[in-house]
Write a protein that binds this ligand. Structure first.
Ligand code: MRU
Length: 354
């Protein structure tokens, strides 16, 4: 299925789809240095956990271009502030840390290579991170596909779609696969205040793919669930931790509680790159606080009185008890079993049949 790409590696350049302009304009930013990529992540030109992990890896490649070093060790030292800059852009999605740690491990392992060879390895790793994400998306989609029965309605929140990843998206991957298989289904997308990723991005990318999508305001979700109009909900995640708690876009928690109340299954699509087993519970996930203007202004129009106090947490944490299953590229699991995700002997026996 032909679809827009959130990010593309060009010759010594990174092309980023400017998602702040969607759906009105399709424009790519051309980033020639790592700071431009860091700013694009910070200001949401590119967003979505896997996509910002990929962007960070590519930003490191751009940084390498402008670093003069006589040894691998010197290159590594000079990259450390770049890593820190990227890690500081958005703290909740663990994918940035995951991508940077992958590059750091590669550098340490090959520290005695010539600087040029090391720079080449870093570039290949960034490209690999992008390609792997595409494959991961498809595998998640295949594991989630059995949920899609002819005539079903699925609800999603925010954008865990193609434009948040390197491929078919995570929560949206089974939608694209179901569409390819000719399964008839309908998607309800929540608009996702404050910056409307559901309205501007999810409904846009699903419509482009010819998928039947209906947009609702976030506060309509409860009524729609109560009326029995939704068979299941599937969302993405920015960081899922050891006890199965899930951080995702602010409002996900409310939706999960509403699902429990209305007996609607609530699934989380989670690439392993977004699972952080170093954190025990959701209480310890760093939650990004964003500019109050995102709440008081829509498209430069003030919708609240000047100077009003604002809470603008970009993410919330859904406790594991509200999550029916977490669907990864290794299969679907109960949240309590996600702690075994990196233990192949154990995890293979815990896979759920959806
Ligand atoms: O602030 P955003 O747009 O980066 O938030 C995105 C989300 O919350 C997504 O659901 C999450 O990153 C998963 S993307 C596959």
């Amino acid at each position: 299925m032909a679809m827009l790409e959130a990010i593309r590696w060009g010759k010594d350049k990174v092309y980023i789809l400017e998602q702040r302009l969607l759906p009105e304009k399709i424009e790519y930013l051309k980033c020639i240095n790592y700071e431009e990529v860091a700013l694009a992540i910070e200001n949401l030109s590119i967003r979505g956990a896997p996509a910002i992990g990929i962007a960070s890896a590519m930003a490191v490649v751009l940084a390498c271009k402008n670093i003069n070093a006589l040894s691998g060790r010197e290159l590594y030292e000079k990259l450390k502030p770049v890593f820190q800059r990227l890690l500081n852009t958005r703290p909740t999605a663990v994918n940035i840390k995951w991508a940077i740690e992958r590059i750091e491990t590669l550098i340490i392992k090959n520290i005695n290579l010539s600087v040029n060879k090391l720079k080449n390895l870093i570039k290949n790793e960034a490209i690999k991170i992008h390609e792997e994400d595409r494959k991961t998306n498809k595998k998640i989609g295949q594991y989630a596909l059995p949920l899609f029965k002819d005539g079903c309605t699925v609800m999603t929140y925010c954008n865990a779609g193609a434009l948040a990843t390197g491929g078919y998206g995570t929560a949206t991957a089974p939608m694209y696969l179901a569409k390819e298989k000719g399964i008839k289904f309908r998607v309800i997308a929540c608009e996702t205040r404050p910056v409307l990723q559901g309205a501007r991005i999810t409904s846009f990318e699903l419509m482009q793919a010819g998928i039947d999508v209906t947009l609702i305001t976030d506060n309509t979700a409860g009524a729609v669930l109560k009326k029995g109009m939704v068979d299941f909900v599937i969302v993405g995640t920015d960081r899922t931790v050891k006890n199965g708690d899930v951080a995702n876009k602010i409002g996900t928690y409310s939706l999960a509680v509403l699902c429990k109340e209305n007996k609607v299954p609530f699934y989380v699509a989670a690439p392993i790159s977004s699972i952080d087993l170093t954190i025990q519970t959701g209480d310890n996930i760093p939650i990004e606080q964003r500019n109050p203007d995102e709440v008081t202004t829509i498209k430069n129009i003030k919708i609240a009185p000047e100077g009003v106090k604002v809470i603008n947490m970009a993410f919330d944490v859904t406790p594991a008890k509200y999550v029916t299953a977490i669907i990864t590229e290794k299969g679907a699991f109960l949240p309590k079993d996600i702690k075994y995700i990196k233990n192949p002997d154990k995890i293979d026996k815990l896979r759920l049949k959806l």
